[in-house]
Structure formats: C-alpha cells, structure tokens
Design a protein around this ligand. Structure first.
Ligand SMILES: [Zn+2]
Length: 270
C-alpha cells in the first residue's frame, strides 16, 4: 500500500521485506507490538538481533515524518549482516510504521511510540501501547552488553513549526550517557557529519529550545528511549542524529538516505 506522502518513500511492506533478510541470515526477530490502520491493515513493530549481548544498537523510524533512517537501514541490510557477524548488533529499524505510512509524527494514539517518561518516574502510565511494549522490551528482554553504544536516526522537520527560524542547514546530534560527548564513537560520528553533504550546524537553538554546542546537545532529558537507554541500561554513547528538513523534500530524501548510509558505516565500523 502506497504511503500517504509525496517524498518518494517506499511502502512499509518493502522495508519489512528488506529487514526480513536479516532473519534469513540467522538474526533473531523479536515482535514488539502492532499498529492497525482504519482499513484493518496491520503493521508489525519488530526488533532484530544478530546475537546476544549487543554492543551496538541502531534505532530508526520513531517519528513518521523522518523516514531516512528506516530506509537507510533497509538498504544497509547486506552490510548489517556482515557487521553483525563480527559484533552483536540489535536493530529496531522502524518503530512507528503507522506514522511512516501516514506521514504523521506520532502513532495512531497521537503519542510518541517510544515515550519513556513512565519508566523514568515522570508519568504514572505509558503514553500509548507501543511505548509500553517498546520500553519493556528495552529494559527487560533486550540483551545488551554493558555500555552498549546506541545510534537513533531522526530528522528534524522544522516545517512542522511555522514561525520557528533556524539559521543553519544540515545536521546536529545529541550525545547522552557517561562521557558520551568525548567518546571516540561520538567523535567519529560527528566528524563524519561535519564532512558530509549535510554538515553539522555548529551553533543555534533547536525548536525545542536546546542550544547547540559544536553541533551537539549533551545529556538531554527529553523522556526519549535514548534517555532511557543511557539512564536505565548504562548505554554510552547514546547518539541521536537529526537532519534538518525545511520541507518534506528539502533536502531531497535520496540525499538524506545517502548521508545515513555513510553514518551507519561510521557507527558500525571498527
Ligand atoms: Zn524525530
């Protein structure tokens, strides 16, 4: 079924077909939750692990207007299989397929699918069923090595906020966790972004009021799954990358996917 967006993104089913090649290569697939459309279509949300004690975790597709990460992960499958053979990797490539399909930031309940405030002591209940399932998996079932590194691929559709002005074009990142800002992996990711066609925006203020320092926001307390992984699982660095979108197709999706393919190699390489 064709996604409700005109940026050229492939259908959800195409992405799932690509991710399932990981299973054919021996990866374990863990079903986390499902999302249903009004027409009765069911979108599964899955995690894929190349082995226990994952040393690297990659997350994509949390926000539906930020498709580049989920698409890059589908295109990266062959490389993931190679990289997962030498080091255990956990991938959650498309956490909000409903949002991806509908071109909506949140899931069908209007809430962030990986909201972690209930696990961080800031909310009595999970924001939505997906948030309950995804955070429970991360805390209780996912097998992570101590200090596993995390990369969470986002984009920042600033066109969602009319009236907000952002000077730069390009990318920025969040680094969360013990020593995350100076961690060699963070430095490698930042160096890659600095040199890519969507280079780091070194200074400015995001639409969420966070000030950039050398293209980076350190230890954000935003109730995200990234904060949860850093605080409750001791992951570090937890790196969240953002590509600034001034319109649905500006910069073009193909370029953003290319940037994220290179970023995956920077994060998953030796
Ligand atoms: Zn996002």
């Amino acid at each position: 079924m064709k996604p409700l967006s005109c940026d050229g993104r492939p259908p959800v089913a195409d992405l799932h077909r690509a991710y399932n090649r990981l299973v054919a290569a021996g990866w374990e697939k863990v079903p986390l939750a499902e999302q249903r459309t009004e027409s009765g279509l069911v979108f599964p949300i899955d995690a894929y692990a190349s082995g226990p004690m994952a040393e690297r975790v990659v997350i994509g597709g949390i926000h539906g207007r930020e498709p580049a990460g989920a698409i890059a992960l589908a295109r990266q499958v062959d490389r993931l299989i190679e990289q997962g053979a030498s080091r255990p990797i956990l991938v959650m490539p498309l956490l909000n397929p409903w949002g991806y399909h509908h071109h909506q930031r949140y899931g069908p309940s209007g809430q962030s699918v990986s909201d972690s405030d209930h696990q961080l002591g800031r909310a009595p209940e999970p924001a939505c069923p997906e948030a309950a399932a995804i955070t429970a998996f991360v805390l209780e079932r996912a097998s992570l090595a101590p200090g596993a590194a995390v990369l969470d691929l986002h984009e920042d559709p600033i066109y969602e906020a009319p009236g907000y002005q952002f000077e730069g074009r390009g990318s920025y990142l969040y680094a969360t966790g013990l020593g995350a800002a100076r961690h060699p992996l963070t430095q490698r990711v930042a160096a890659y972004l600095q040199d890519c066609p969507l280079p780091l925006v070194l200074t400015g203020v995001t639409r969420f009021g966070e000030a950039l320092d050398q293209g980076m926001i350190v230890d954000s307390e935003d109730g995200s799954i990234d904060e949860l992984l850093a605080k409750r699982k001791g992951c570090t660095p937890v790196i969240t990358t953002e590509l600034v979108l001034t319109a649905e197709q500006d910069p073009p999706l193909a370029l953003r996917v290319e940037v994220y393919l290179g970023l995956l190699d920077a994060f998953l390489g030796d």
